[in-house]
Write a protein that binds this ligand. Structure first.
Ligand code: GBH
Length: 516
């Protein structure tokens, strides 16, 4: 009975099948190198799925200018660049920038020339609500985004709207900004205004851009607005209220504005991948994991994990450190059980900004870090491989493998959520023959393709940062991320395509990586 399966007939079929497999494999093995040599289509073309979307990004303060036009209120970036121009390397600001407020049609021409499916831009909170609250709705500001959205749709480019890309209204900052819990209600009101006005046409929403950067660099490290000096405390309060505000906006959107279920709303987190400095050293392995949990996990775990709440390693470390510091309560705010449930699942996809990666090892001393601080809590040193190509921005090295590894980490950690890569890009001096940018995009788009086709990561979109050169925060106009060069000296801020435009355009239209 047991051997009944292997009848003579079945053995014969097995034999034939084996021959077919062997012949096919042999044929492929000879064909693949040939097709490469002749530069023709490979046997199995590595194509982006037909549903995969390509886009480009920007943000309001970095491109719009018109800082006091048509009733716009001031934001923390107006305030900081005015009061502390020495904080910006070239002493510049976003008062005029690319003047996209007046020249948005030029931006749309650039997007059309690149052939993108969507455009990720942000709304300036203080342009639509000059004092931050709904007592001051600025109709002209709302009309600007109406015009932009309508023009995009007319050109078959889907708008993806970021509600908060770091430009807190100054008047709300005077109340304490993000560390004050009342910001949750103010954000909710702002979100309501946007949904009411635009949700008929905008079907892709981002609530917050890079909360770790906003909270940590802006409330601890004194390198970003609002320059709040509260390391280890204000940063965590800031993060807590962003998570609650994101949940409020998410639930309001789905309860009242996405009734036909065609829209999506998500948070945007930035992270690199971190490898252990010595993969055979368990302490380094732990340090690498801790580094990712403190950065990406800080916001991703409460939303995307099956248990919700902050990553256990963060809670343990920060609670223990707070106790050692004789505090009555932990510096990391605690969610109530209801809040854990309320926050969990409040992002329809993970918006991921990926730029670069690093190695980690446990910190050997904590000198140089404020006490307390995020970095003391995390307690790891990170480093880079000096052979990784470096951009004009010294923090930015090209590490495509890090993107693929990070996407796989996300797949395993959070049960393969849908991922939109919402930023990915390269800075240089602004040259038109931007080979560095082309090589960066080539490597990273290939990494995305590998993650999608080989690893089955659920990545559905890639966004190149940025469509045009712009105000690069504390680096002013000295680091250029644009696919289009902007002549900041000309009155009409002339946009000129760099070589990378044709490169990206060809990938978008063929859905394939170029073979040369
Ligand atoms: C993104 O942040 C932003 O979303 C976008 O607005 C920006 O234009 C783009 O990156 C390019 O920078 O000078 O050593 O203190 C990416 C995360 C956070 C990376 C701030 C650079 C400054 C490092 N960025 N960080 S440093």
């Amino acid at each position: 009975m047991y051997c009944g399966f292997l009848t003579a007939k079945r053995l014969w079929i097995f034999g034939i099948a084996t021959v077919i497999v062997v012949v096919t494999v042999a044929l492929c093995a000879t064909l693949i190198p040939k097709s490469k040599a002749n530069n023709v289509r490979p046997v199995t073309p590595q194509q982006f799925p037909s549903t995969f979307k390509f886009g480009c990004g920007s943000s309001a303060y970095q491109i719009e200018g018109a800082y006091a036009t048509d009733g716009r209120g001031q934001s923390i970036w107006d305030d900081v660049t005015k009061k502390y121009p020495e904080k910006v390397v070239d002493g510049s600001n976003g008062n005029v920038a690319c003047n996209s407020y007046e020249l948005y049609e030029e931006d749309i021409k650039a997007l059309v020339a690149t052939g993108v499916n969507f455009y990720r831009f942000s709304i300036s909170w203080s342009r639509v609500l000059p004092t931050g609250d709904i007592s001051s709705v600025n109709e002209l500001g709302l009309q600007y985004y109406d015009n932009l959205i309508n023009a995009l749709i007319k050109n078959k480019i889907q708008p993806m709207v970021t509600m908060f890309h770091w430009d807190m209204p100054q008047r709300l900052q005077e109340l304490g900004g993000m560390p004050n819990p009342i910001i949750v209600d103010y954000f909710k009101q702002y979100a309501k205004i946007l949904f009411e006005r635009y949700s008929d046409r905008v079907k892709l929403w981002n609530t917050f851009n890079e909360p770790v950067v906003y909270c940590e660099l802006g409330h601890s490290l004194l390198v970003h607005a609002p320059l709040v000096n509260s390391p280890g405390i204000g940063n965590y309060l800031c993060g807590h209220h962003i998570l609650l505000a994101n949940a409020e906006a998410y639930r309001m959107y789905h309860n009242f504005y996405n009734l036909d279920k065609t829209g999506k709303i998500a948070i945007v987190l930035n992270s690199g991948y971190t490898w252990p400095l010595d993969a055979n050293n368990p302490d380094d392995v732990e340090a690498a994991e801790r580094t990712i949990q403190f950065w990406l996990g800080w916001f991703a775990h409460p939303i995307f994990s099956s248990t919700g709440g902050y990553p256990p390693v963060m809670t343990e470390v920060i609670n223990a450190n707070s106790e050692m510091e004789n505090r009555t309560w932990s510096r990391l705010p605690e969610f109530t059980p209801e809040e854990i449930i309320y926050v969990r699942g409040t992002s329809d996809f993970l918006g991921l900004n990926y730029y670069t990666s690093s190695y980690a090892t446990p910190a050997t001393d904590q000198i140089g870090w404020p006490n307390p601080s995020f970095y003391r809590d995390r307690n790891t040193f990170t480093s880079v491989n000096e052979t990784w190509p470096v951009a004009k921005s010294t923090w930015l090295r090209s590490v495509p493998q890090g993107l693929r590894d990070l996407l796989n980490w996300i797949r395993k950690q959070y049960n393969n959520p849908e991922v939109y890569i919402t930023e990915n890009g390269w800075s240089d001096e602004g040259e038109l023959h931007d080979v560095g940018r082309i090589e960066y995009l080539r490597g990273h788009l290939q990494a995305v393709l590998d993650a999608v086709l080989r690893d089955r990561c659920n990545v559905v979109a890639h966004t190149t940062w940025s469509i045009i050169d712009n105000f690069e925060w504390m680096s002013g106009y000295t680091e250029k991320f644009g696919l289009f060069h902007v002549d900041f000296t000309s009155p009409n801020k002339t946009r000129t395509a760099k070589d990378s435009v044709a490169f990206l355009r060809s990938i978008i239209s063929t859905r394939m990586m170029p073979t040369n």
